[in-house]
Design a protein around this ligand. Structure first.
Ligand code: SF4
Length: 423
């Protein structure tokens, strides 16, 4: 059956394929990697569609060897965009069409072409659940227990504006829904790991870890998750730490008390999310105290063996302020590269912004000394606006704002003039 893709995205993908008839859509990840969602659904990678298997019915290794992954490997080996590839990997197709950049392209640059499955380059385990201390604007209850607690208390985010189309209301309801499947409605913290066959999980890890280069943790917030820290101690007890790299994607707001394990691994990389500076950063990564984040970045950089880098997910809310993020990163000595582009939810995409505002942002960014590092962003700022989605974004922000007591109109005054000619 052809994949269900919204018509605008399908048009974007079809044009990209037509413009690139020789495109070899190969990706190394299905051969040497897998991921999982905080609700226990397995995925070929963190940006791919979730497979119809969870930690309840398959162990990690059983998923890696399942029919979905086998089919993806067969299709990828030929570089062909079959319906199966389009279904599971549409996010890479969309970001490539928007910016010429994608996770797939990054992975090909890093790992080249291989069709062997005997070794794992990396695995990303989110099956430890959604425990988190923040509730970021672009996040959702599935990834954040704080978001889930807000939805349990106040219900899903409701938008009153009758001009917002049903499809967008459904998208917002879906993004803020609670509970997620198979978990209780009244408890904000979910942990598939706590519910799965842990003996089988550890048996699989005895096979995988000695064949693995990099073990990645993301959230929730991995540095406050005791199950993750216990798993890391188990790896050290087994003696596999010296040949293994660890990677954490963290919000940087928690300074883990016991970091003595870091020195025992081959290399440890801490990727700290910086999506906005000062008050805008605190709005976007709600619950952050920006001065504390800055202090933690400096403290983490003092730890031996730890490689600390910044990462930013480009959205409508920060594309015009990337110069501030570059300046901040420079001021704290944080190495930083733009590579993540938000695809979902659609209303937060940078692409949506009105053309006039995009032009203003572009002129501002082009005058900065970081212009050579902003190619992806400048390309998005040259693409055509999507004003209906921009309207949904404004309604979403206002609804969130009135619940959380911030002032979005002060932080992004340029969003609240005439949409075709923002102030
Ligand atoms: S093509 Fe993209 S979505 Fe598919 S596995 Fe590779 S990185 Fe993930």
């Amino acid at each position: 059956m052809p994949p269900a893709i919204p018509s605008k995205d399908l048009e974007l993908i079809q044009k990209y394929i037509a413009d690139n008839p020789k495109l070899d859509f190969y990706c190394p990840l299905p051969f040497s990697h897998f991921s999982s969602s905080p609700d226990g659904r397995y995925k070929p990678c963190c940006v791919a569609k979730a497979a119809p298997y969870t930690t309840r019915d398959k162990s990690p290794l059983e998923f890696f060897r399942c029919d979905v992954m086998e089919q993806l490997r067969r299709d990828m080996a030929g570089g062909t965009i079959t319906d199966h590839v389009m279904d599971y990997c549409k996010r890479c197709l969309i970001t490539e069409a928007q910016s010429g950049h994608s996770k797939r392209i990054e992975e090909v640059k890093k790992h080249g072409r291989t069709v062997e499955t005997g070794k794992f380059n990396s695995i990303k385990l989110k099956l430890f659940g959604n425990l988190c201390n923040l509730k970021c604007v672009m996040c959702a209850p599935l990834q954040s227990s704080k978001w889930a607690a807000e939805v349990i208390e106040h219900g899903p985010l409701a938008i009153e504006d009758p001009s917002v189309p049903d499809s967008s209301l459904k998208e917002i309801a879906h993004a803020t829904e609670w509970p997620v499947r198979g978990f209780p409605a009244d408890k904000p913290i979910i942990s598939p790991f706590q519910q799965m066959d842990q003996a089988k999980f550890y048996r699989d890890m005895e096979y995988i870890i000695p064949r693995l280069k990099t073990l990645e943790f993301t959230g929730g917030e991995p540095l406050i998750n005791q199950d993750i820290l216990a798993f890391i101690r188990w790896i050290i007890d087994k003696g596999w730490n010296k040949n293994l790299n660890l990677k954490f994607v963290t919000n940087g707001t928690c300074f883990a008390r016991d970091l003595t394990f870091l020195g025992r691994f081959k290399r440890v990389r801490l990727s700290i999310s910086v999506d906005g500076i000062g008050a805008r950063g605190e709005f976007l990564r709600f619950g952050t105290r920006f001065d504390q984040l800055r202090d933690n970045i400096l403290r983490y950089q003092d730890i031996k063996n730890l490689v600390v880098v910044g990462n930013t997910c480009i959205t409508a809310l920060n594309i015009g302020y990337l110069d501030e993020i570059f300046a901040f990163s420079e001021s704290v000595g944080l190495s930083f590269k733009l590579s993540n582009i938000l695809v979902a939810p659609r209303y937060l995409r940078a692409l949506n912004l009105p053309d006039t505002l995009k032009q203003r942002y572009r002129e501002k960014l082009e005058k900065t000394k970081w212009v050579d590092q902003m190619g992806i962003a400048l390309r998005i700022l040259s693409m055509k606006e999507d004003l209906p989605q921009f309207h949904v974004l404004r309604c979403y922000l206002e609804a969130l704002d009135s619940r959380r007591g911030m002032n979005v109109r002060e932080l992004w005054p340029e969003f609240y003039g005439d949409p075709a000619n923002p102030t």
